[in-house]
Design a protein around this ligand. Structure first.
Ligand SMILES: Nc1ncnc2c1ncn2[C@@H]1O[C@H](COP(=O)(O)OP(=O)(O)OP(=O)(O)O)[C@@H](O)[C@H]1O
Ligand SMILES: [Mg+2]
Length: 234
């Protein structure tokens, strides 16, 4: 598993302009991720977790250094190619669910598939599979306002997983959930990681998430201060 590196990060620096100067949010990051990892970027607020995930997700670009995701160089992609990488190969789960309120559960999960060339019938199958993974097959016709917070987050996971992306990026996915829902969602993700070999990368400071991670990358002030593999064998 460790041989097939799907994310390579080399001397990554990210600076943001602030008040005439520059703020260094990521200060020389070197990391690689292999296929099928279940890893988390952890560290205090402001340490750069979201910034790092956004660059891996081609939502933002490096100031310096190189980031390669599935053999594509993030800083060098056109808007079109970056959008294509996201649409075809990446899944995103955000702290706020970002569900479309006027759409049903089915339509919310189907949404990313509309960007791909798929028939309505194969979209329907994929949505049904994804809702089964997260245990929401009985809620296809509900709208987000009719669901609990945990159910909304499960819809967001189904939406991130429906196209079976190689990589899922999850930024504080449990921030709005209670302990039981967090636990259920992490178990769902762990199952998808094992069954589909999807690579998961979390950004979190939630202990309820951290205890599930197979690898913890500790960030402080935009630097990796520790990178630990957790032995999950019983
Ligand atoms: N667009 C921006 N412009 C200026 N500074 C920014 C910008 N985005 C992030 N920063 C700064 O970069 C640093 C890292 O931010 P980031 O959002 O990556 O932190 P984080 O580790 O995700 O924190 P949290 O746990 O609070 O979500 C912070 O000091 C933040 O203020
Ligand atoms: Mg953050």
């Amino acid at each position: 598993m460790e041989d097939s590196k799907i994310i390579l990060i080399d001397a990554l620096v990210k600076q943001f302009p602030i008040g005439g100067g520059e703020f260094t949010a990521l200060d020389g990051i070197d990391l690689t991720f292999g296929k099928g990892e279940f890893a988390g970027v952890v560290g205090p607020s402001g340490s750069g977790k979201t910034t790092l995930l956004n660059i891996i997700g081609s939502l933002d670009t490096p100031t310096d250094g190189r980031v390669s995701v599935l053999d594509q160089s993030i800083g060098d992609l056109s808007h079109k190619k970056a959008a294509r990488l996201r649409n075809e190969h990446l899944g995103f789960i955000f702290q706020t669910f970002n569900l479309l309120p006027v759409y049903t559960v089915f339509e919310n999960v189907e949404f990313p598939l509309l960007l791909l060339k798929m028939t309505a019938a194969s979209r329907k199958n994929a949505v049904q599979d994804a809702l089964e993974w997260v245990g929401l097959s009985n809620k296809v016709k509900s709208r987000p306002a009719q669901l609990s917070g945990g159910e909304c987050q499960r819809v967001a996971i189904a939406r991130a997983m429906v196209k079976r992306p190689e990589i899922v990026l999850a930024d504080e996915p449990t921030a709005n959930l209670d302990a039981e829902n967090s636990h259920n969602i992490l178990q769902t993700m762990e199952k998808l990681n094992a069954e589909l070999e999807t690579t998961f990368i979390f950004a979190t400071h939630d202990e309820k998430v951290i205890r599930y991670l197979h690898r913890k990358i500790h960030l402080e002030d935009g630097r990796v201060v520790k990178d630990e593999l957790i032995d999950k064998k019983n």
